[in-house]
Design a protein around this ligand. Structure first.
Ligand code: PHE
Length: 359
């Protein structure tokens, strides 16, 4: 789609696009909404084919953050940063400089946007960022006074999403004896695999990184599935925890699962794919609900002072409760789970607006 129409459709507040002369990277900060509170969202640092593609991703991801926070009724808005890195690997000094300059841009937004980590950035990077962007940074290392990696609450949240979906499918929330196929054994997927195994599920996984394949298949005896076989592998739950856009007119007809519940952002290639899944009788847990544990967990620990252990419980309850509500609405009204989720989030955003008008 043309960038112009993507921007019009986005409906967000501010887009900062900055070319970093020193490294050749592009820094794109998308502030989608501050209506419910300051915007917060992760920093995705990776290669894209073009500036248009990177911008489009930042816009979509920032909107998903607005929905994440609204869905669980939190007083935060949605934002996201994409840092499009040049081909090749940045030296540690280049990377540090880039993060510090990104930090100055965040600081310049004066608290309208709080940055966190995402694909390609870590809590260690957030420590660096804090030097120029503080206090508008989430998820620093514990040593630096932050709550640490957001992957941990994210994985616990996905696990709760799988429990809620098992409950919907089989009338019992335990994944005991169920086969779960995890796509991507990274920080979130890897931990999810461990949680599932502990709960008695049969866990299969796919991955492209050799080290991780070795870690989980050879060292820990998880069953490895070749990436080419992934969509046609039979399982109860398919859990995409890697790249987006993987549920499409090409892959959906192949699926042999009863539900899709995973942390990857923007899993549907097009909005119509939600209907495709529904027609095939596959239960789809909307990705931004399943993956909201990272943002929710970290913000309640760092901004609201909720103790870490308690935060996991809050995350799990929020995700399973919301999914149950979504599944119910989708069944009652004969609509996709995506429509049902959107309805719930939009209603909450509208409610805030009404409150602001009255105040
Ligand atoms: N990457 C997560 C997200 O964008 C994590 C995160 C967001 C962490 C906001 C803290 C604050 O959802």
């Amino acid at each position: 789609m043309e960038l112009e129409s993507v921007l019009k459709e986005w409906g967000g507040e501010t887009l900062v696009t900055h070319y970093d002369n020193e490294t050749g990277a592009w820094i794109i900060i998308a502030v989608h909404s501050t209506e419910r509170g300051p915007a917060a969202g992760g920093t995705r640092m990776m290669n894209y084919d073009s500036l248009e593609e990177a911008t489009e991703d930042a816009l979509k991801l920032s909107k998903a953050m607005t929905y994440k926070f609204a869905t669980v009724n939190m007083q935060w808005g949605g934002g996201k940063t994409v840092i499009l890195t040049p081909p090749g690997i940045l030296t540690p000094e280049e990377r540090k400089g880039l993060l510090l300059r990104f930090g100055s841009l965040v600081k310049g937004l004066n608290g309208r946007y709080y940055a966190g980590p995402d694909i390609g950035t870590s809590s260690g990077d957030m420590d660096v960022l804090y030097q120029t962007a503080g206090p508008y940074v989430f998820s620093r290392t514990e040593a630096a006074g932050g709550a640490g990696s957001s992957s941990i609450p994210t994985a616990h949240g996905v696990f709760a999403g799988i429990q809620a979906s098992c409950d919907e499918l089989y009338g019992a929330s335990s994944p005991l004896g169920k086969t779960v196929l995890v796509q991507g054994a990274g920080n979130v997927g890897g931990l999810l695999m461990e949680l599932l195994r502990k709960a008695g599920a049969k866990v299969l996984f796919t991955e492209t990184n050799e080290d991780r394949i070795h870690k989980y298949s050879v060292e820990q005896d998880y069953q490895y599935v070749n990436p080419n076989e992934i969509y046609k592998t039979a399982c109860d739950i398919f859990a995409p925890c890697a790249q987006g856009g993987i549920l499409s007119s090409e892959t959906i007809p192949l699926l042999k699962c009863k539900a899709v519940v995973g942390a990857a952002n923007n899993q549907l290639a097009t909005p119509e794919d939600a209907e495709r899944l529904r027609e095939r009788g596959i239960l789809y847990a909307p990705d931004y609900v399943v993956s909201l544990g990272g943002a929710m967990g970290i913000t309640i620990i760092e901004a609201e002072g909720v103790p870490k252990e308690e935060s996991f419980e809050n995350v799990k309850k929020a995700i399973s409760g919301t999914l149950a509500e979504i599944y119910k609405k989708s069944k009652e009204e004969g609509i996709t789970t995506v429509k049902a989720a959107e309805y719930i989030a939009v209603r909450r955003i509208e409610k805030t607006k009404a409150k602001q008008i009255i105040e």
